[in-house]
Write a protein that binds this ligand. Structure first.
Ligand code: COA
Length: 330
């Protein structure tokens, strides 16, 4: 990101995960998977699953309200709501419009952003531009997904994802803190390596498409791994080069949560001790758009973020989409 006209920082965070827990052992009892393999290879012990009557907007609303409260604001103060999701309530209207109505933030503009697992990172980058230029003052960015609705629970890849939502409120600051850089990338040649093909205009809802399993996500695990360990370090190193900050100066990496081995490999390539890499995937698995903001909220509520703390964000997702950002906490 080039020179901002106003510094942009995060003034509130919030998160929400549904109550129901599916452990690895439970999934082993319903699908051809193995609890020990899942923990050893992915770092996941359990994940949360939304209720049948709980769409993504429900999780997003709960996380969003907590973020607004933690920012010391009310829904009336929000100028823009961005919901990053790849499991929207419906194709239309946007989940952001539904959330706007649920939280009664009627002074806000609201739209969705589709970058799958990189969605929150793309969302805060988008929000920051509006705040930096003075178009909006307070922007609520929510990453929320309910992959449980698009998982085939009979397949062994049912283990990867969980449901959850996290949110942050971005605003401007006179102080010398806030976002220092963003780097975002897209490579559409990855479009078949992770996809949710059904329900859109290519494979519309039809008996035939449902019977063919097009409503479930499809993933080429090897390609995700090989891409993740290449592009996460690339984006992080570029952000460090942009800012002239060395990896040793960074206090925490708050990354997307695809697999513990991808995170360990990334940490090793960028030269960061793994203790500085935050993770909660043992409890929540990959909540897609929700991973970074849920983790950010946990790290924030744990009191780890002090004025001046340097935090890296990094994500890789379907598309491919990927990127990184660096923030000096206020
Ligand atoms: C999933 C991943 C660990 C699989 O590794 P891999 O070397 O590509 O493994 P393969 O798919 O060839 O499977 C190798 C063995 O692992 C085991 N295995 C793979 N997936 C499994 C699962 N879901 N449950 C239990 N065992 C599994 C099996 O023993 C398998 O052997 P088999 O195919 O003969 O049964 C790896 O590709 C990975 O981490 N990918 C990233 C996925 C990811 O992060 N997704 C989420 C973000 S989109």
């Amino acid at each position: 990101m080039k020179q901002l006209t106003r510094n942009v920082h995060i003034i509130g965070t919030g998160s929400y995960v549904p109550e129901t827990i599916y452990t690895n052992e439970y999934l082993e009892s319903i699908a051809p998977t193995n609890a020990k393999w899942v923990y050893e290879n992915l770092g996941i012990k359990e994940r949360r699953v939304a209720a049948a009557d709980q769409p993504t907007s429900d999780l997003a609303t709960k996380a969003g309200l907590k973020a607004i409260e933690s920012a010391g604001l009310t829904p009336d103060d929000i100028d823009l709501i961005i919901v990053a999701t790849s499991t929207p309530d419906r194709l239309a209207p946007s989940t952001a419009a539904i959330v706007q109505d649920k939280i009664q933030a009627y002074n806000s503009v609201a739209f969705d952003l589709a970058a799958v697992c990189s969605g929150f990172l793309f969302g805060i980058s988008t929000a920051a531009q509006y705040v930096a230029t003075g178009i909006f003052n307070n922007v609520l960015v929510i990453g929320a997904d309910t992959f449980s609705k698009i998982i085939d629970w009979n397949r062994r890849d049912c283990v990867f994802f969980g449901d959850g939502a996290g949110a942050a409120v971005l605003s401007f600051t006179e102080s010398d803190t806030g976002f220092l850089a963003f780097r975002l990338y897209t490579d559409g040649r990855g479009k078949w390596n992770f996809t949710i093909p059904g329900g859109g205009s290519e494979y519309p809802l039809s008996h035939e498409n449902v019977d063919a399993g097009h409503r479930y996500f499809q993933m080429v695990g090897k390609a995700v791994y090989e891409t993740g360990v290449k592009v996460l370090p690339k984006a992080i190193n570029q952000v460090l080069a942009d800012t002239g900050i060395s990896i040793d100066e960074v206090d925490y990496l708050i990354p997307h949560q695809p697999s513990i081995n991808i995170l360990k490999e990334t940490a090793s390539v960028i030269g960061m001790p793994f203790e500085k890499v935050m993770t909660n995937m043992d409890r929540y698995a990959n909540t897609s758009g929700g991973t970074i903001p849920i983790l950010l909220d946990e790290v924030n509520k744990a009191g780890k973020l002090k004025p001046g703390t340097l935090v890296l964000f990094a994500a890789v997702g379907s598309g491919w989409t990927y990127g990184a950002s660096l923030i000096r906490w206020s």
